[in-house]
Design a protein around this ligand. Structure first.
Ligand code: IDP
Ligand code: MG
Length: 151
């Protein structure tokens, strides 16, 4: 398996519910290595670039509010952004994260254990993890500059 990099975001619900440590612990125990990390204030522009593929979907407007912390009262619209590196890292992190819809995610995955679907139909699923190699390359470049990632 190739050595890959992937983008992980601890979303506002994950920060609000203090699930950062648990998430990092699970990634550590899967043998994956953190090679970059920073708190980021998510501007509307960054949120819209990150979620460009979802423009026009019924959940899009709330998705932009969600990733900017507007449902969780977070100061500065913050998320924790990280890059992980390792063999087959992209698929491994998706497996640890679980399916997009927390109701469908396997028990024991982060989303399956801790995600929720709100009464308004919003998926609050704790973390973002790049879905494939093309997304990972685009997303890592969107959130981090070269010098911020360990060589
Ligand atoms: P992913 O985060 O597992 O890659 P995507 O399909 O890329 O899933 O969707 C991005 C984010 O948009 C999801 O993590 C979730 O927060 C939200 N989302 C996706 N599909 C729905 C939906 O059908 N209803 C509400 N929110 C959704
Ligand atoms: Mg996605």
């Amino acid at each position: 398996m190739p050595i890959e990099q992937t983008l992980i975001l601890i979303k506002p619900d994950g920060l609000h519910r203090k699930l950062t440590g648990l998430t990092i612990d699970r990634l550590d125990n899967a043998g994956l290595e953190m090679v970059a990390a920073k708190m980021v204030g998510v501007t509307a522009e960054l949120a819209e670039k990150h979620y460009a593929e979802h423009v026009g979907k019924p959940f899009y407007a709330n998705l932009i509010k969600y990733i900017r912390g507007e449902f969780h009262g977070l100061a500065d619209h913050r998320v924790l952004a990280m890059v992980y590196r390792g063999e087959g890292c992209i698929a491994k992190v998706r497996e640890i994260a679980g399916a997009t819809n927390p109701e469908a995610a396997k028990p024991g995955t982060i989303r399956g254990s801790f995600g929720r679907v709100t009464t308004a139909g919003q998926f609050e699923n704790v973390l973002h993890a790049s879905a494939n190699a093309a997304d990972a390359a685009r997303e890592v470049a969107l959130w981090f500059r070269n010098g911020e990632i360990l060589p």
